[in-house]
Ligand binder design. Structure first.
Ligand code: GDD
Ligand code: MG
Length: 352
């Protein structure tokens, strides 16, 4: 069985972080995001191949996963000649398929039991089964209405404020039958949410909901990106390296250099090669990437700092996100919620 991960979007809402790092491989702590989805797919014994459907910066993603060495699954890449949208991408990647296929939006993190979704799909002999999750505000998602038997009655992508009838949304995880793909036009941009799902309802095909009340997040905005880190550090989503750690404990790589009077408050994550100079303070929910230097008296207060950062003396960095190789000058204050692209240089005494 094959799984398609839709990983071709530009990640515009995460800019400038995604200028050099496509969203599917933004790091969550020190692992590219899609690793978490591949971990989840490994739990489905039938899945032997993951097809990464790519468009934006495909080479960077291929460099990370190779042919899937060490992942326990074969990885194959399908690169669209142009962005085909979610529907066009599925058709393009799945054109040769003859058996049910699992599809994931490449930016959702859940603990949904994919084996159970597959079981429901088969029992109901569905043409498509999609996972739904309840959210507070469905505005930014695909709103899905169901009947008491779990049949989907309506799929409304990005509903307006006056169109919100229920709180269940498309979680971005599907099981689809490839014999339905011929309705998706070839080689033009086409949306699975706006065209394919409504077509199943119009044609009266078996279109089933699997409602999951467990953890769910779409990491596609800076706020959500910060939130997913907090959730893992708080144990709301169980993932390494926090899964085996005492609640609230810091995770500090063995080779981190910690000088005198450094304060480290968990939960936080301090990766390999980090240097914490005298009097530096790392406060809860901070994530400090590889080889970052935190100079004397600097305070990291809930920031996520990608590798090779340099935080000057007495600087204060709040709950912001800093791309790779950022340089924060001495006594600079970065207040949340700031998002800095790779190689940003903030001169001494700046205030953001
Ligand atoms: N290959 C390819 N080509 N992938 C694409 C393309 C494309 O042209 N466009 C988007 N994608 C990928 C993105 O990389 C992402 O992983 C996924 O498809 C969904 O796109 P988003 O841009 O993240 O959509 P969204 O978050 O606004 O809405 C979608 O996800 C919600 C759940 O998070 C919809 O599926 C909603 O219905 C859903 O509720
Ligand atoms: Mg998304």
């Amino acid at each position: 069985m094959k799984a398609i991960l839709l990983a071709g979007g530009k990640g515009t809402r995460l800019r400038p972080l995604t200028v050099h790092t496509p969203k599917p491989i933004v790091p969550i702590f020190n692992r590219p995001f899609l690793h978490y989805q591949i971990d989840q797919l490994r739990q489905v014994p039938e899945v032997d191949e993951v097809i990464l459907s790519l468009n934006y910066q495909p080479r960077r993603i291929e460099e990370v996963f190779g042919e899937g060495e060490g992942l326990g699954l074969r990885v194959r890449y399908v690169v669209e000649p142009m962005p085909l949208g979610t529907g066009g991408a599925i058709r393009y990647a799945g054109d040769q398929l003859t058996e049910s296929v699992i599809v994931f939006n490449g930016d959702v993190l859940t603990q949904v039991d994919v084996n159970a979704v597959l079981k429901l799909h088969r029992e109901r002999k569905a043409k498509a089964t999609i996972v739904l999750t309840p959210v507070e505000n469905p505005r930014a998602y695909g709103l899905v209405e169901t009947d008491p038997d779990g049949n989907i009655q309506r799929f409304l992508e990005k509903p307006g404020d006056n169109e919100i009838t229920v709180n269940t949304i498309n979680a971005g995880i599907y099981i689809l039958e490839p014999d339905t793909f011929d309705r998706i036009p070839k080689d033009t941009a086409w949306s699975i949410e706006r065209s394919y799902f409504p077509s199943l309802i119009e044609r009266g095909e078996t279109f089933v909901a699997y409602i999951d009340n467990g953890y769910w997040i779409d990491i596609g905005t800076p706020a959500k990106y910060l939130e997913v880190h907090r959730d893992i550090m708080d144990g709301r989503y169980s993932a390494p390296p926090f899964a085996g750690l005492a609640h609230g404990a810091p995770w500090v790589a063995p080779d981190v250099k910690v000088e005198d009077n450094v304060e480290i408050q968990g939960p936080c994550f301090i990766d390999e090669g980090v240097v914490l100079k005298a009097g530096a303070r790392v406060l809860p929910y901070s994530v400090i990437g590889k080889q970052t230097h935190v100079e004397e008296g600097a305070v990291i207060d809930g920031a996520i700092i990608w590798p090779n950062g340099w935080i000057g003396r007495e600087a204060v960095v709040g709950a912001s996100i800093l791309g790779r190789n950022c340089h924060v000058g001495r006594n600079t204050v970065v207040q949340s919620p700031t998002v800095l692209g790779d190689k940003t240089v903030l001169t001494d005494y700046s205030k953001l």
